[in-house]
Design a protein around this ligand. Sequence first.
Ligand SMILES: [Zn+2]
Length: 352
Amino acid sequence: MDDSALAFLKKLLETPSPSGYERPVQDVVREYVRSFADEVKTDVHGNVIACKNPGAPVRLMFAGHCDQIGLVVTYIDAEGFVYSQTIGGWDPQQLIGQRMTIWTKSGAVPAVIARKPIHLLTEDERKQVVKEKDLWLDIGVKDKAEADTLVQVGDPVTLALSFQPMRNGLANSPAMDNKSGLWVVIEALRRAAQKPLSCAVYAVSTVQEEIGLRGARTSAFGIDPHVGIAVDVTHATDCPTIEKKQQGDVKLGGGPVVFRGPNMNPVVTKRILACAQSAGIACQVSAIGRATPNDANNIQINRAGVATGLVAVPNRYMHSAVEMISLDDIDHAADLLAAFANGLTATDDFTP
Ligand SMILES: [Zn+2]
């Protein structure tokens, strides 16, 4: 991974993008793709669509969702404590003790989420699981009047954003889901563009995945691709308490995960694995027996159907402040998608 690609990943991770509030991160994407895409469009839903070789007879779509889970401000009480609803799927236990940021019209407002100390919890309270509706954001103001000068109902909130490299090429950050997959599809376009291409490649930074795979639906309709590959994170199972018999054997650093199952076109899957083999990229294979809970689902059933693949980035501690991935895995995933794009021609038949 070269320095500018790594800097792009950090920038994605440090830029907020709760579902519906993706514009700041889309600005980062638009800026990065400008130097190598032939065409960059943003649709009215907010999807950023970067294309190399538009007009070619076969269209390949890579989708990486740019949105992250967050909160949205719903109410400020008389003391200035801020209440919210969730955007996307949270385990409320993950929020207790976190530094947060409220993204307001006048900038980032730091906040914390906590609860009363263990000394003050009753026997009963200690046993209870905290619900999100019982949590509040503390922004350190004196009262509601002061809070009102800063925060408005409808402002989005994220965990405090930061990137922390770790040993063995690993790194942690909030929103590795799915800034890592977004990075893969954009970087794959850049790498594919350096070699001959006989298809049109669309790398899409999709919006609103976390609230129902919505940007993939609108962008796929607009692009009308023949083949689509979604890139999202998947659960790494190489840490305590995860059941491999159900979730499979997925390791950080073991390479990109190629998914099989009804949501994946078997010819596309076979082709991805063949590309990996000829490029010498180690892969892991996982299976899921239902429509996937990610962009691959909506891409596959776009219009009259799209030959769809799913490549995933192993991620520990998904939907927490410390989502952990391997930088080598995303680097290899970008190479794998680029190889797939460079090998795709108009005569390829993906009829299963
Ligand atoms: Zn995701």
